[in-house]
Design a protein around this ligand. Structure first.
Ligand code: NAD
Length: 270
């Protein structure tokens, strides 16, 4: 895939030192975008990701920032502008799980997950929208041109309830409506906002499941396509949503889940 319009576009991908974010930053980098590798804690992983991009001929910088912290998010954007002069694409990907049964869930476990997965997306998308509008005022684009794109990383759990993970499911349900409302509000300003909702993707967040053969077999029962997804499956959709090829796509969620949202339990039980 070439997506030539992505060449030299500036893309921030949050939580990109591992997993899906890492695949997105590497893929966008390979398509010629100038990329920002963001990490919260592991500088080593962030540095290794950046070096891989640079070795493959890409351009990027590394910025530490906790997406749930307003000052950090503002610095993430200001350091990007300092390095590259602007921002064109935000992939708001950073996320986490802190699982517990509802009866045992502490307020801290609730707040932490909502803080990163939902408030973090609010802070990043707000900063991006403000910057897109400012950039367009300073350098008016041609009429009808998109002035910025955002892709929010959601989850199939924005529609599938998930017992034992109420903080996570509530955060992703919130992301769904954050994305739709932002899209409605920002589309007239020529900002595109969409979401990607992965199903089961082999990353660190769910290693406990895919590294155990019994749990993997149980998981496959929930996936009509009978394979666990890869981070690259997600990165390819993110690249399309970042490119002008998807220019008329606004307020959409793409479920990339091998059919997990198709109620597989009803396949032979209707
Ligand atoms: P991952 O754990 O590899 O990636 C999560 C990334 O977010 C990590 O790099 C982590 O350091 C970063 N992060 C966590 N807290 C942060 C913070 N406060 N500030 C900045 N970065 C922070 O797992 P992943 O599977 O790659 O998850 C990426 C996104 O995809 C998440 O939003 C997750 O909810 C979503 N998702 C994953 C799956 C899956 O099956 N793997 C399914 C649905 C949705």
């Amino acid at each position: 895939m070439s997506y030539s319009d992505l060449k030299n576009k500036v893309a921030i991908i949050t939580g990109s030192s591992s997993g899906i974010g890492q695949a997105c930053v590497e893929y966008l980098g390979s398509l010629g975008a100038k990329v920002v590798v963001n990490y919260a804690r592991s500088e080593e992983e962030g540095q290794a990701t950046l070096e891989k991009i640079q070795k493959a001929g890409g351009t990027g910088i590394l910025v530490q920032a906790d997406v749930s912290n307003e000052a950090d998010v503002q610095r993430l954007f200001s350091e990007t502008v300092e390095a590259f002069g602007r921002v064109d694409i935000l992939v708001s990907n950073a996320g986490m799980q802190k699982d517990s049964s509802f009866l045992d869930m502490s307020l801290d476990e609730w707040n932490k997950v909502i803080g990163v997965n939902l408030t973090g997306q609010f802070l990043c998308t707000r900063e991006a929208a403000r910057l897109f509008v400012k950039q367009a005022k300073n350098t008016p684009p041609s009429e009808d041109a998109c002035i910025g794109k955002m892709i929010l990383m959601s989850s199939v759990h924005d529609v599938i309830p998930w017992a034992g993970h109420v903080n996570y499911a509530a955060s992703k349900g919130g992301v769904l409506m954050l994305m739709k409302t932002l899209s409605q509000e920002l589309a007239p300003m020529k900002i595109r906002v969409n979401a990607v909702s992965p199903g089961a993707i082999k990353t660190a967040i769910n290693e406990e499941v895919w590294s155990d053969s019994e749990k993997s077999q149980e998981l496959l029962k929930l996936i009509p396509y009978k394979r666990i997804g890869t981070a690259l499956d997600i990165a390819k959709a993110v690249a399309w949503l970042s490119s002008d090829d998807s220019d008329y796509v606004n307020g959409a969620t793409i479920y990339i889940d091998g059919g997990m949202t198709l109620y597989p339990g009803f396949a032979d039980n209707g």
